[in-house]
Ligand binder design. Structure first.
Ligand SMILES: Nc1ncnc2c1ncn2[C@@H]1O[C@H](COP(=O)(O)OP(=O)(O)OP(=O)(O)O)[C@@H](O)[C@H]1O
Ligand SMILES: Nc1ncnc2c1ncn2[C@@H]1O[C@H](COP(=O)(O)OP(=O)(O)OP(=O)(O)O)[C@@H](O)[C@H]1O
Ligand SMILES: [Mg+2]
Ligand SMILES: [Mg+2]
Lengths: 256, 256
């Protein structure tokens, strides 16, 4: 049974998609069969891995409305051992359509049950909200990675996110753990960055990853070429930091 | 009758709240009576103007559910001529609760009708989604400012946003115009920034503001002190760029 990890934070622009694309690619790079599911109607994970929006035929939307199974719509990517379940604008309607349906929070969880041992890791890239698509992801997941931008507003939102995790754990998914808190866009020259690191370390203690993702322009350029940073600029600080994060992630999951 | 301007873009972290706080403060600085409404459950505009989360008694949530009027819940800020309608976590439930209610898209519009001539400008800080809170804002607004971060994913989302504006214009608010497209977090030393500027200028033509907001750490530090940048660091590039934007905004609205 694959380990299912949601990548979530309702604060916008904190590096959820950048982490989803680069952690999943690095896991594949280390030989771990990985599936990335794009749960965001912006479909940034889909295009960041090179899929053209117009070419996407089937998406997670159909799976949530039980019109297709995950096995039938997942597609290979340029990276060996990494497959993708794409997203597109159809997902915008999903939040409203799911509200009136039965077991609206557990549809993704049930769809993933059918995958068996195809993958070692399944990552879920969440949208910047605490709506039904994020709740579906947190309900299906064994654990959650929380990307935290080294800025003031990022700290503010943590209370709300922890509250949502508690509600999901109490009502929908008692097994939900914190996989880790990841500091992103860290800039050692800026006081604010160091202050946030200090606060986050107090809040999450040893759940914080030692690896901090630096602000690095290669990470922002790579999606424009539809490639993860290890293919776009493998010697960059951005690529090196995501390889280091992946080794830390694997170590926490008993893989040396 | 006040001019109502929504600040919207479903892409997360592009500078919506930073623009909402600093444009509204600079409008007040130039003597224009202004009201800022925080439509985001993250309530970043509320805390960025110095309101402590715990002290917020009444929010826009009650207005949307017709339990309070805007006049009764708006509060003054530290800045003369600037009032605020705060937000808090209650808004998370609003999206789901509104789905089943009558005239769910026009509640904000109707609530604003009651304000008469109290203000010259009313700004709406939208959350990073195209759900009912953003739709309410676009339905109530005369125009919309679109902050666009100078990064790849920011370009990707424009098509979806324009599509939503078209749907709102056709079904809910035929008067909705584009007030302007604002380039944010611009860094002249980075190729990517200049490429995005070029693409955005082609897309929006003269709707793009001449003023580009540079990446400037004072803009990221100011919310930690609960102050707009013109109070926190008035000689910074960040403050100067928002003052320049405000002069451009006023010029487009016939105020020299
Ligand atoms: N470490 C980094 N250094 C530089 N740029 C980065 C870094 N991480 C992410 N970015 C850029 O910052 C922007 C926001 O990142 P990203 O889109 O991954 O965040 P997100 O949390 O997924 O956003 P959303 O809330 O919209 O889903 C993107 O343009 C991305 O390319
Ligand atoms: N020009 C700038 N220079 C430096 N930092 C900035 C600038 N504009 C915004 N920021 C910082 O970038 C982060 C994102 O900005 P902001 O929160 O205003 O975006 P947003 O679009 O409102 O996000 P959300 O989608 O979560 O509502 C914040 O930490 C903010 O302080
Ligand atoms: Mg994303
Ligand atoms: Mg905001």
């Amino acid at each position: 049974m694959a380990k299912i990890v949601a990548i979530a934070n309702q604060k916008g622009g904190v590096g959820k998609t950048t982490t989803a694309i680069n952690l999943s690619s690095c896991l594949a790079h280390y030989g771990q069969e990985t599936l990335l599911i794009d749960m965001d109607s912006q479909s940034n994970a889909t295009s960041g891995l090179g899929m053209e929006k117009g070419k996407v035929k089937h998406t997670i939307y159909e799976v949530l409305l039980e019109k297709a199974s995950i096995e039938n719509i997942l597609v290979p990517t340029e990276i060996d051992w990494l497959d993708l379940v794409p997203a597109n604008v159809d997902l915008i309607g999903a939040e409203v359509e799911l509200v009136g349906l039965s077991s609206r929070e557990t549809r993704l969880k049930r769809a993933l049950n059918g995958l068996g041992n195809l993958y070692k890791y399944i990552l879920l890239d969440c949208p910047p909200s605490l709506g039904l698509l994020t709740v579906n992801s947190l309900t299906a997941a064994h654990s959650v990675i929380i990307p935290i931008q080294c800025e003031y507003y990022a700290l503010e939102g943590l209370g709300q996110l922890m509250n949502t995790l508690r509600l999901v754990r109490e009502n929908l998914n008692p097994r939900l753990q914190i996989e880790g808190a990841l500091l992103t866009m860290f800039d050692g020259r800026v006081n604010l960055s160091s202050q946030v690191v200090e606060e986050v370390s107090k809040f999450f203690k040893q759940a914080v990853y030692q690896t901090k993702i630096p602000r690095n322009v290669r990470l922002a350029e790579a999606p424009g070429f539809g490639k993860p940073v290890i293919l776009y600029s493998k010697d960059s600080k951005g690529a090196q930091s995501y390889l280091s994060l992946t080794r830390e992630f694997l170590k926490r999951n008993g893989v040396e």
